[in-house]
Design a protein around this ligand. Sequence first.
Ligand SMILES: C[S@@+](CC[C@H](N)C(=O)[O-])C[C@H]1O[C@@H](n2cnc3c(N)ncnc32)[C@H](O)[C@@H]1O
Length: 296
Amino acid sequence: MAVRQDTIWERFLKPVFRLLIDEEKLRQFHESLDWEAESDRFRRPDLIYPDYYITQNFHGIKGGYLNSGAAIGYDPITQYLLPPNETWVRQSVIDGIQGTPRRILDLGCGTGSTTVMLKQAFPQAEVIGLDLSPYMLAVANYKAKTAGLEIQWCHGKAEETGFADESFDLVTASLLFHETPPTIAKAILRECFRLLKASGQVLILDGNQKTLRQTPWFTEIFEEPYIKDYAADSVDAWMGAAGFEAVQTHDVWWTNQVTQGLKPIPANKSTVPTHPVSRSTTIDDFSSEGFPVPAF
Ligand SMILES: C[S@@+](CC[C@H](N)C(=O)[O-])C[C@H]1O[C@@H](n2cnc3c(N)ncnc32)[C@H](O)[C@@H]1O
């Protein structure tokens, strides 16, 4: 896949991001890991990558996320793409959690930034991060080990995880849906529904759909193949269609949104009233030939 040279990203933004990141530090980190060995720890040889994932460039990264450069550049760039502050934006997921989940799955976990925060918030919980890129998982694993956290990393597809029915209390995804075609986002939500126990919770953090619709130029900046379709639609509606109730979307500043829903308790087992469905609100991703470029 060739990288287009005429995009705003390639011509203007990439050079700016290059000034913001410490390339020498990244190079040293890159050279400190044996990427093939580290990614092989997670790589499932039987996994077939979906076409939508391998036939597109994401943020101008040749090869998308399936390379070490994308994995190593993701965090340094993402910090600038989640205003006003990356940790504050990710904290919106933690703040939305009801109760004390014992088993948590973070889909499209990437380099594990949200996954690590989930484990820190619920140290007793079993926390699993799943992603299609073994390179992103290698960085996630490095971060968890450095922080002294026990997190399980799985190479897999969010829409078909292979985990057992009703085996999680909480399923999350951050910055995943703007990177998938809406049909896949909907399939992921159906998978979340299958995976959750009754009254289990799903939480989705991503770009603010309302803001993206009002600022169409924003969706042109990066090479993001599915972001326009994401912006035009509604995570709220997708969640309702998947069977979730008490669906709510909150703005996270004006650039992001977090949507949550609950899996209903079957009528014959219900002891508490069910919740009504409500509604409503970017993005982040990345790359360049060596270093990824967040989407937003
Ligand atoms: C923009 S990154 C977000 C990473 C991380 N969740 C975060 O908040 O920084 C999107 C991630 O989703 C992964 N991804 C895309 N489609 C996927 C799918 N169908 N199943 C699992 N992972 C997927 C990519 O490999 C990439 O690591």
